[in-house]
Ligand binder design. Structure first.
Ligand SMILES: [Zn+2]
Length: 184
């Protein structure tokens, strides 16, 4: 549900508010144009600043591959144009299903270009040179990997090679993102 500044969302006795809001006379009120989700089980109300309007086609997004379901990967975007987002934004990435291996693994952090919006999902792409995997753990053992040539990684633990479409600044073991994202 989309709400506008000043809209009454709920009564504070009924829900625990999260996100952008203020409370006036026991009423939870939206402070900006927001997306609202009520979680009746946990009695929480989430008020997210409306990020979908903030993301544009052509933007550079950073996110984590949630799961892969050929020929799509579902990605949770948490940063756009170097700015962190409130809450999760879901995006889908189409990849060529004839590829012998998927160009990243689940849990990988990727940089991608926003190329469209279809059925409420952002479509992203990693074909451009500067796009691709920024960080990933070994698909076989979860160990740290280092770059070994174009789009090739080698695990320091199990020594296996993995093909991935890498961003030119692939971080290897110096995790900027994986450090603060729980991959378990
Ligand atoms: Zn490994």
């Amino acid at each position: 549900m989309q709400v506008y500044p000043g809209d009454h969302l709920a009564v504070i006795e009924e829900f625990e508010p999260l996100g952008d809001y203020y409370v006036d006379n026991g009423q939870i009120i939206a402070s900006k144009v927001s997306e609202v989700k009520k979680d009746k089980t946990n009695k929480q109300i989430n008020v997210y600043g409306l990020i979908k309007k903030y993301i544009k086609i052509g933007d550079t997004a950073v996110g984590q591959v949630d799961y892969v379901q050929k020929p799509f990967a579902h990605v949770i975007i948490f940063e756009v144009n170097d700015k962190k987002l409130y809450g999760d934004v879901k995006a889908m990435l189409y990849f060529d299903p004839v590829l012998r291996s998927v160009p990243f693994n689940e849990g990988a952090i990727i940089r991608a270009k926003v190329i469209g919006l279809t059925a409420g999902h952002f479509m992203i792409d990693i074909q451009d040179n500067e796009m691709g995997v920024l960080e990933a753990k070994c698909p076989y053992c979860g160990g740290p990997m280092v770059k070994r040539g174009t789009n090739m990684l080698k695990c320091l633990k199990c020594r296996k090679n993995s093909y991935m479409k890498l961003a030119p600044d692939f971080y290897s073991s110096k995790g900027r993102y994986i450090n603060y994202i729980d991959l378990t």
